[in-house]
Design a protein around this ligand. Structure first.
Ligand code: COA
Length: 135
């Protein structure tokens, strides 16, 4: 099941996020632009965090529990987000240039590499990837 986060989910969600140096707290719920979708099947297996800024979405990150990867969970979260926001024109994200699994995942889902952001992650370059929608 895909659903939005509630405050009761914070501990379980952070168990997934902390190894990747991400963290959500009660303050996150006050950010009107921030959205968090969960893939939940008796336990939380996937998290998609995004910003919805008027007619575009920026994906902050998608994280799927390591035991449950390559089962379509991230794709389902992304498709759900797009179906729920049909009015948007553009969806984008930054990803580490070395994160081949994520780059392949985004390419498979229709994103294109459009720019390199030099030293976006400290020592490492970032890739800006964009998917045009609603055209
Ligand atoms: C990237 C990530 C979210 C993908 O989640 P997922 O649920 O496994 O993805 P899906 O099952 O929906 O999609 C799988 C497709 O993505 C690509 N892919 C995913 N992992 C891959 C890997 N290790 N190597 C190559 N391609 C990969 C493939 O195209 C794959 O299709 P296939 O299985 O038919 O070959 C997951 O690997 C993850 O959580 N990684 C760690 C966190 C991270 O780096 N997040 C992205 C930063 S924004």
């Amino acid at each position: 099941m895909i659903r939005s986060i509630t405050k009761n989910d914070l501990e379980d969600v952070n168990n997934l996020l902390i190894p990747f140096n991400y963290y959500l707290n009660e303050e996150s719920f006050k950010n009107e632009f921030l959205g968090v979708l969960l893939y939940d099947d008796s336990q939380i297996m996937g998290v998609l965090v995004y910003d919805l800024i008027y007619d575009r979405i920026e994906i902050e990150y998608i994280i799927v529990d390591s035991k449950n990867r390559r089962k379509g969970i991230a794709s389902k979260l992304l498709n759900y987000l797009l179906c729920e926001n049909k009015e948007i024109k553009n969806i984008s994200l930054e990803v580490k240039k070395s994160n081949e699994a994520a780059i392949k995942f985004y390419e498979k889902n229709g994103f294109e590499k459009v720019a390199v952001r030099k030293k976006y992650y400290g020592d490492e370059d970032g890739l800006l990837m964009v998917k045009k929608v609603g055209e």
